[in-house]
Design a protein around this ligand. Structure first.
Ligand code: SF4
Length: 732
């Protein structure tokens, strides 16, 4: 056996851990993964990092790898048939050209991908959309997670990213976790929180559930779901009322203080207590502890962003840092901890409808002129459509001329991951053209007119951006299956066939083009990345002495136009859909540590797959279980106005009696059958964290068990063996 060892970046979360892989080069298989000394992980890994590479060895547990382009040759109702790359590229380019000609470029929307492909592929996709198609309709799954952080922090601080580095977390003195449970979403970041605690940091956790973070916290604020903004405004109220703020910092480095003071005046702890359900003294104590340190850090995740007031909560959290001068030094600031491995990168690369790469606005004439000169074509000046508005613009467009007709879905699975799945299925059915580019068959791919199979993480080179703005290399570990192409090559071929040639030879060429267009990335060359291991943007010089920027806003100089931090505030509003007589409980979607996203990768890893299986679980308080007469492991029906599914009861006193929680990777216990499609008006992120639901006992458990078995086998058969659009097809 001939083996080699290669270091690469983990594909499973924004912590960006470095992994040392041992590869059997003769068998073209990965043998082992151990922690390597990365800046965020210090040689440690969580279980996904350690065991999550097995899907590359193609054990075919859930689905088979896609290894050939597939096309419905005879229209929408015909089966998917393997075709050559020339035929697939010709089909895609011809259909997109026709749709563009007939309905205009804005009738097409393409996604980037925050998962395996890497920054270069995202750069190429957004360039294709803007320069070849002529629209800014490009977006990706940040829209359903941290888009609120980007939108909110850009207003408050001028930069939408984490202001500090992952290693600095353990140097903090106060860590305020809100809507964030690191042990589930970023175990190695959570380790830093534990270490900080061991060094004496005070840990606060605001979460409706008694999570692992809550269990290690000194103070757990078990607030009511949907009340984050009332809490944040009340903390600001106490800091102002008790004169706990940093007056010099406020005066020299911020603006908008008077408006904030006026708005939060009514958010006394007593007033906020009525909304949050917290004890007013607990709110006061939290504000005092947070304000007392110059190394206070706020970390948040989906429990902040996936609400219809997500952007306002992000701004309200930034207000707390601005009030107390907790910016501009090591181990302080704000941490919107990015979930997926490269969601920071897909944003960095401009897979967003309003930004070119490097957060340069599409409405800024100077930025547009620069990209037009570099790409050699005029570019659209109108902000594009967000992907969460695709259902609206397919099913109920404001007028026919604005209808979305073609959707190129690149490394995403909206038929599993987007809110209100019934509406998403109707959307996919109605679209004139659905292009899916992925490594596995998934629920969305069943609606595809054409499937473009690509290389996976581990089979190509590139760069990812970690949650703390660290560019790090990913490296090819094994040879890909015959018949697949790299993502950037697929997009380049389509672009070339449509008359806008892209002739890249490798990822470094793409990377060099993009960093030369982005001043804050310019110094992060491949050569430097090889030498330094990681570079946190901004990094403006290729000189080796410029190692990047571990923390932002040094000395209170913010990235806004005038360098000032901006206090921005809003009134709390209740969630869009609240409990009622028919649906008396609330549902929130949450993460599970062993699985990643829609589990196409982790579900195909033997060790991880064994941790849990269909139909998943609904977390319920034991009092609620008693009330309904259901017990651990029993199948229950859960429904909302929009749909229903069957899952297993998981009694736990970590949740309150009036709220239930589900993870979103299960095909049968699919919580997004229930979730609501209402969006934050600014970020367009759905309110995944709050809708009204009902749980019912199923008396005939034998029937329910059989239903689950049958559904599972049918879905697996459709995904793994047949390519029949309607399912129920024949074995290959
Ligand atoms: Fe991978 Fe995240 Fe686990 Fe690190 S913490 S090993 S990046 S999944």
């Amino acid at each position: 056996m001939t083996t080699k060892q290669i270091v690469s970046t983990c594909v499973y979360c924004g912590a960006g851990c470095q992994i040392l892989f041992t590869v059997d080069t003769e068998a073209n298989r990965i043998l082992e993964a151990t922690g390597s000394e990365g800046h965020s992980n210090d040689g440690t890994l969580c279980l996904k990092g350690r065991y999550g590479w097995d899907f590359l060895n193609d054990p075919q547990i859930l689905t088979k790898r896609l290894t050939s382009p597939l096309l419905r040759k005879n229209g929408r109702q015909s089966d998917l048939t393997p075709v050559s790359w020339d035929e697939a590229v010709n089909f895609v380019s011809q259909r997109l050209t026709d749709i563009k000609k007939t309905h205009g470029p804005d009738s097409i929307l393409c996604t980037g991908s925050a998962r395996g492909p890497g920054n270069e592929a995202n750069y190429v996709m957004q360039k294709f959309v803007r320069a070849c198609l002529g629209t800014n309709n490009v977006d990706h799954c940040a829209r359903i997670c941290h888009a609120a952080s980007v939108a909110g922090l850009l207003v408050s601080l001028g930069s939408g990213a984490m202001s500090l580095s992952v290693p600095e977390i353990e140097e903090a003195e106060v860590i305020f976790n809100i809507g964030y449970n690191g042990p589930d979403s970023h175990p190695i970041v959570a380790r830093r929180i534990v270490r900080a605690r061991q060094k004496g940091a005070y840990i606060i956790c605001a979460d409706p559930r008694r999570t692992e973070t809550a269990r290690i916290a000194h103070k757990h604020l078990q607030l009511k779901g949907g009340s984050n903004l009332a809490l944040a405004n009340s903390l600001a109220h106490v800091i102002i009322a008790e004169n706990l703020g940093d007056q010099a910092f406020i005066k020299d480095h911020t603006k908008g203080f008077d408006e904030l003071k006026k708005l939060v005046q009514k958010y006394t702890p007593e007033y906020a207590a009525r909304i949050t359900g917290l004890n007013p003294d607990e709110i006061r104590a939290t504000a005092r502890i947070y304000a007392a340190s110059k190394h206070s850090v706020i970390l948040w995740g989906m429990g902040v962003c996936q609400f219809s007031q997500g952007v306002e909560v992000v701004k309200a959290l930034a207000n707390l840092g601005l009030l107390t001068g907790n910016f501009g030094r090591r181990a302080t600031g704000v941490g919107p901890v990015r979930g997926q491995n490269n969601v920071q990168g897909a944003c960095d690369m401009g897979a967003l409808p309003n930004y070119y790469p490097g957060y340069q606005s599409v409405t800024d004439p100077a930025a547009r002129a620069k990209f037009e000169a570099a790409w050699g074509v005029p570019l659209p000046d109108k902000v594009g459509l967000t992907l969460t508005r695709v259902p609206e613009f397919v099913l109920h467009p404001p007028d026919k001329s604005k209808q979305i007709r073609a959707y190129w879905i690149f490394g995403e699975d909206p038929a599993q991951s987007d809110a209100y799945l019934a509406e998403m299925r109707e959307t996919l059915e109605k679209l004139e053209l659905v292009i899916v580019q992925d490594i596995y068959m998934n629920k969305t791919a069943q609606y595809a007119d054409v499937i473009l199979p690509s290389t996976s993480w581990g089979e190509h080179d590139g760069v990812y951006s970690a949650c703390d703005r660290a560019f790090q290399r990913i490296r090819k570990l094994i040879e890909p299956p015959a018949g697949v192409l790299t993502d950037w090559e697929i997009i380049s071929r389509v672009s070339t066939a449509m008359g806008y040639p892209m002739k890249y030879r490798n990822t470094e060429e793409i990377w060099n083009e993009l960093i030369n267009l982005c001043p804050s990335f310019k110094g992060a060359t491949y050569e430097k990345l090889e030498k330094l291991g990681h570079i946190q943007w901004p990094c403006r010089s290729a000189d080796l002495s410029d190692v990047g920027t571990p923390f932002l806003h040094r000395d209170g100089n913010f990235a806004t136009k005038d360098g000032k931090g901006v206090f921005s505030c809003a009134e709390w509003q209740p969630p869009v859909e609240v409990e009622n007589a028919e649906y008396p409980l609330t549902l929130s979607t949450v993460r599970e540590v062993g699985h990643y996203s829609v589990r196409t990768m982790t579900g195909n890893c033997r060790t991880l797959r064994n941790l849990e299986d269909e139909p998943g679980w609904v977390q319920m308080n034991p009092k609620l279980c008693n009330q309904l007469g259901v017990y651990h492991g029993q199948l229950v029906k859960i429904s909302s106005k929009r749909g229903w599914c069957i899952t297993r009861c998981l009694p736990t006193d970590r949740v309150k009696p009036d709220a239930v929680y589900m993870t979103y990777q299960w095909w049968i216990g699919a919580c997004n059958e229930l979730t609501i499609g209402s969006l934050d008006p600014i970020s367009n992120t759905p309110e995944y964290k709050y809708c009204a639901c009902r749980v019912e006992k199923i008396d005939n458990q034998a029937w329910a068990e059989k239903y689950v078995q049958n559904e599972y086998q049918t879905i697996r058969r459709n995904m793994a063996v047949t390519f029949d659009r309607k399912g129920g097809g024949k074995a290959a």
